[in-house]
Design a binder for this molecule. Structure first.
Ligand code: ADP
Ligand code: ASP
Ligand code: MG
Length: 322
């Protein structure tokens, strides 16, 4: 019997009605396959947990924030397992650590180092539907770590690679990958197929539909990824190695909000102290930098994402003073 991994994102599991739709989809697959399910936190739960932490202090401790954020996915696995069991199906919920997901020793943006599949495989052999919390794992210190926003996609494809599953389905609120974000560009067209290479570019440029790291895992382990809608009957988009021999088809257009912070002052180029201060703030806050342009009187840092005004304040106080 084939094994499939099905991942359902936050909008797919937002309430009890939607959980029922998800349960029906899982049951359909379970008739002919072994099934591992990866779920996200319900709806806006993760955003709300971040706000709650920030209402306690401006810069919540990263380790403790991960403990808090990981609870979102834990609620979903329990609810889905309760529902499936009540419908008469064998199901078991597993947190990241119970599922053997080991990460790097980084809070908030950990990468998956390896997956000990013993428990998942034992449960599959018992014909359990295995429901794993996305977005989380444990560090070498047995601390909970999360994988970065949108990281449940990466959990799903990593599990698919570890258990050598035949396919990984990523369900969300759109029927696959479009030529642009269909919520912003009404004429965007759905793509039936796309290569890992192109999809990595699209995700890295900020299209939310798939976490960029999940595509890299798919490519490295040759796992076809199918992005589909939980709510519409469609064919979705299949992401695999390209079979184009030669082609120049334009597949996508993406807009992303990023931040550029410039520090200006005569002779800045020869002031090593300023440069060191800037770098230490970038490092301390774990910020992703795209480029740094240095000219005689300016250092401009282009970040990969939007950075908060707290960073501006911190840089100001450090290089200009309070
Ligand atoms: P989930 O919560 O299930 O993980 P996401 O919100 O992360 O789902 O991803 C789905 C969203 O991605 C869609 O609602 C859509 O607005 C957005 N999106 C951005 N770019 C694209 C694209 N090129 N194709 C499809 N969806 C896109
Ligand atoms: N719940 C996490 C987030 O909102 C992970 C995910 O949904 O993939 O970012
Ligand atoms: Mg997502």
């Amino acid at each position: 019997m084939d094994t499939v991994v099905l991942k359902f994102g936050g909008s797919s599991v937002a309430n009890n009605e939607k959980l029922q739709i998800v349960a029906d989809k899982i049951i359909d697959f379970y008739k002919n396959n072994n099934v591992v399910v990866v779920v996200s936190a319900q709806g806006k739960t993760t955003d709300n947990l971040i706000k709650e932490a920030q209402s306690l202090c401006n810069n919540p401790d990263k380790r403790e924030l991960d403990v808090l954020l990981s609870t979102g996915e834990q609620i979903t696995i329990a609810k889905l397992a309760i529902l499936l069991k009540s419908l008469g199906y064998n199901a078991i919920s597993l947190t990241g650590w119970q599922a053997g997901i080991y990460t790097s020793d980084v809070n908030q943006d950990a990468i998956i180092k390896n997956i000990d599949t013993t428990r998942i495989n034992q449960e599959l052999e018992k014909r359990n539907i295995v429901i794993v919390a996305g977005f989380q794992g444990i560090t070498s210190n047995n601390d909970i770590a999360t994988l970065g926003r949108g990281g449940s996609d990466t959990t799903a494809v990593a599990i698919a690679a570890a258990i050598k599953s035949d396919k990984c389905y990523i369900y969300s609120d759109v029927d696959g990958v479009f030529t642009a974000d269909p919520r912003k560009v009404p004429n965007a067209k759905k793509l039936e197929n796309i290569s890992y290479e192109e999809m990595i570019e699209i995700s890295s440029e900020g299209a939310k539909v798939l976490h960029n790291r999940c595509i890299e895992i798919g490519e490295n382990h040759n796992i076809p990824i199918v992005a589909k809608s939980t709510f519409e009957e469609g064919t979705g988009t299949t992401i695999t190695h390209t079979d184009d021999i030669e082609g120049t088809v334009i597949k996508n257009i993406v807009k992303k909000e990023i931040s550029r912070i410039s520090i200006i002052g005569h002779g800045i180029i020869s002031n090593n102290d300023v440069y060191k201060k800037i770098m230490s703030i970038i490092e301390k806050n774990n910020l992703d930098v795209l480029t740094i342009d240095i000219s005689r009187s300016k250092i401009a840092i282009v970040f990969k994402n939007v950075v908060s005004d707290d960073i501006l304040k911190e840089l100001h106080d450090e290089v200009i003073g309070n």
